[in-house]
Design a protein around this ligand. Structure first.
Ligand SMILES: NC(=O)c1ccc[n+]([C@@H]2O[C@H](COP(=O)([O-])OP(=O)(O)OC[C@H]3O[C@@H](n4cnc5c(N)ncnc54)[C@H](OP(=O)(O)O)[C@@H]3O)[C@@H](O)[C@H]2O)c1
Length: 336
């Protein structure tokens, strides 16, 4: 059974999620203004990058629809992420909350951005506002795991994803002429799941051989949302500008001299990219797996066998005792 603080924080999380696909690299944030009797006076969320923050939108909603005579000194503002205390693209939300005279603020989790990092909370407390921190903290951090990873670890959040046959191959072997026979491992459903993952992450990356053999577009076509920035490696100048990854549909970053994983991550972080989805092939995935620097693995297992092929990265699939590796999430998207 949820406490009433948890109930309103859960609503903040629902609202925050409406900003998915539109706010990156900013966090998704939701806010709810609640009267002493539990009536919701206003709701808001961060709708797009550079736009007003959730708290500003919640007060705007209150101004338009709320009970004008409600005494805000008795109201509680719920917000899934600590209100900001600095001038960024918008003025500090903490100052606005103080000005509006709200008596109590409930915060889901602290903003790890060094420009905020508890300063917003302290500013509210210094103004005499009662502040509760950490209601549904795990869920609030989970929602913004990409943003939090960039702030705390100074690197993008990394998701590794591949599809393989039941006997452990990600593709048929190339033929003598260098051509590769086509093998479809995804279903209509799993293709949509993968394209949703593309929309959720700021960058998508594949190895050089995958660009050459598959000539992929790496766009978000089977789900609504933005195309991620494409990241490819080309140490030996093997990629032609005519290839689909260089189309005008999205930005493409090419690493030529240094393609070491730590270097690539460091450079992507410097560009403000908070997440990268790596979609193969095996050589690149094995390199990344060997560094241990990744956060999630998504493995799609198609119910077919081909006997020989490009061997899938070596990990223990779910169902084995090592289902959860180093507390990272391991998912399996099974064909129905
Ligand atoms: N089923 C799936 O989910 C899936 C997904 C993607 C691809 N595939 C299949 O996988 C096959 C290609 O996989 P692959 O394992 O042969 O190659 P890959 O991982 O796509 O590309 C590996 C190549 O990338 C270059 N590279 C540069 N920096 C690297 C680094 N740090 N670590 C690793 N590689 C680096 C190297 O080429 P240079 O020596 O030229 O630098 C290397 O040979 C294709 O047949 C494709 O169809 C399947």
């Amino acid at each position: 059974m949820l406490t009433s603080d948890e109930k309103y924080m859960q609503r903040c999380l629902q609202l925050a999620a409406k900003g998915e696909y539109y706010v990156a690299p900013n966090p998704m944030v939701g806010a709810v203004l609640v009267a002493a009797d539990g009536t919701i006076l206003g709701e808001g969320w961060h709708k797009k990058f550079g736009g007003p923050h959730a708290e500003v939108n919640a007060f705007a909603d209150y101004d338009m629809h709320g009970e004008r005579h409600t005494c805000l000194a008795e109201a509680t503002l719920y917000v899934s992420l600590e209100p900001c205390s600095h001038y960024g693209k918008t003025p500090p939300c903490a100052d606005m909350i103080i000005r509006r005279g709200v008596g109590r603020v409930v915060v889901g989790c602290i903003d790890p951005n060094p420009q905020v990092a508890t300063r917003g909370i302290r500013r509210l407390q210094d103004a005499g506002i009662e502040v509760v921190v950490g209601v549904m903290e795990k869920e609030c951090r989970e929602l913004n795991r990409r943003f939090i990873c960039l702030q705390e670890k100074h690197r993008p959040y990394v998701i590794l994803k591949w599809a393989q046959t039941a006997d452990g191959f990600i593709a048929p072997l190339p033929k003598g002429d260098g051509e590769q026979p086509r093998l479809v491992l995804s279903s209509v459903l799993t293709k949509m799941v993968v394209h949703r993952m593309r929309a959720e992450n700021m960058a998508i990356m594949v190895g050089t051989n995958t660009v050459i053999f598959d000539n992929p577009k790496l766009l978000t076509t089977h789900w609504s949302g933005r195309n991620p920035v494409r990241v490819v490696l080309d140490r030996h100048g093997r990629l032609s500008r005519e290839m689909n990854v260089f189309s005008d549909d999205a930005q493409t970053i090419v690493y030529r001299s240094n393609t070491d994983w730590q270097y690539v991550l460091c450079d992507l972080a410097a560009r403000g990219i908070h997440s990268v989805l790596v979609e193969g092939g095996s050589l690149l995935l094995n390199h990344i797996l060997s560094t241990g620097i990744y956060d999630e693995l998504h493995v799609e297992v198609a119910p077919i066998t081909i006997g020989e092929g490009v061997v899938a990265p070596k990990i223990d699939l779910p169902g084995t005792p090592s289902q959860v590796i180093d507390s990272r999430s391991l998912y399996e998207i099974r064909h129905q």
